[in-house]
Design a protein around this ligand. Structure first.
Ligand SMILES: C[S@@+](CC[C@H](N)C(=O)[O-])C[C@H]1O[C@@H](n2cnc3c(N)ncnc32)[C@H](O)[C@@H]1O
Length: 235
């Protein structure tokens, strides 16, 4: 589905006018930073990071997605074929300023081990910006009878392809974040960019009145519970 996904991602309201702008807003200035992008897909964010002066390492489990990402960024980013369920052996401890994980963590059953590994490779001042399906969206669509269900579900997101992912309640996500040694700096329920109203009024209406994706920005807690640059101990 890589080619169809790439086309969809470039034009869909949910990606171009909602998810990606909210991700970029959380990244801040990336110029001169060493950034890891996990689940980079066909590389729209990879390309944005390169264009904005970051030194980028990116990875994805799909060779077909990576091939399109490669055609987008050439040799200006280091790309790896990698399953996030495995350790990031190609990265040294405390070697990154920022991690971007856009729409990938809901494909993983376990978040703790991959997040711990991201904690390992991040500098103390670093952060993780991630987006996932909003738990309320998946609740409404897959398990309205049980908000607390943690289960694998499938749906068609890009016609005609079915994708399978993990639906979890909000506290399963936040507990995994804490267990992996992170604190939540921001939790964002984005709204679409106003231009979407003209381009796709029904998508605009849907994304303005209900949650679809959720963004988190995480900061690594240090062994004494503090967060670099903030001071004080966390509880
Ligand atoms: C919805 S796409 C998002 C792509 C990209 N981050 C973006 O925002 O355009 C999800 C991506 O996660 C990748 N992915 C899924 N499971 C993965 C895993 N276990 N390890 C690494 N990548 C994975 C898929 O191959 C796909 O490229």
């Amino acid at each position: 589905m890589a080619v169809e996904y790439d086309r969809h991602n470039a034009s869909s309201g949910a990606n171009s006018y909602y998810e990606r702008p909210a991700t970029i807003a959380l990244l801040g200035d990336v110029y001169g930073k060493r950034v890891l992008e996990v689940g980079c897909g066909t590389g729209p964010v990879t390309e944005w990071l390169v264009d904005h002066g970051a030194a980028v390492v990116a990875c994805d489990v799909s060779a077909a997605m990576l091939e399109i990402a490669r055609s987008r960024v050439g040799d200006s980013a280091e790309l790896h074929h990698h399953d996030l369920a495995e350790p990031l052996t190609f990265l040294e401890d405390a070697s990154l300023d920022l991690v971007v994980a856009s729409l990938v963590f809901h494909y993983l059953r376990d978040w703790v081990a991959p997040l711990r590994d991201l904690h390992r490779v991040l500098r103390p001042t670093g952060s993780v910006v991630m987006s996932v399906h909003h738990p309320a969206w998946d609740w409404r669509n897959h398990c309205p009878e049980d908000y607390f269900a943690f289960l694998q579900v499938s749906e068609v997101r890009v016609e005609p392809h079915t994708v399978t992912f993990w639906r979890r309640p909000l506290t399963a996500a936040t507990d995994a974040v804490s267990e992996a040694g992170f604190l939540i700096d921001r939790l964002v329920e984005a709204r679409p960019n106003p231009e979407l109203e003209m381009r796709d009024p029904s998508a605009f209406q849907e994304l303005t009145t209900g949650p679809f994706f959720m963004h988190l920005r995480l900061r690594p807690a240090q062994p004494d519970g503090s967060v670099a640059g903030i001071g004080g101990k966390s509880s």
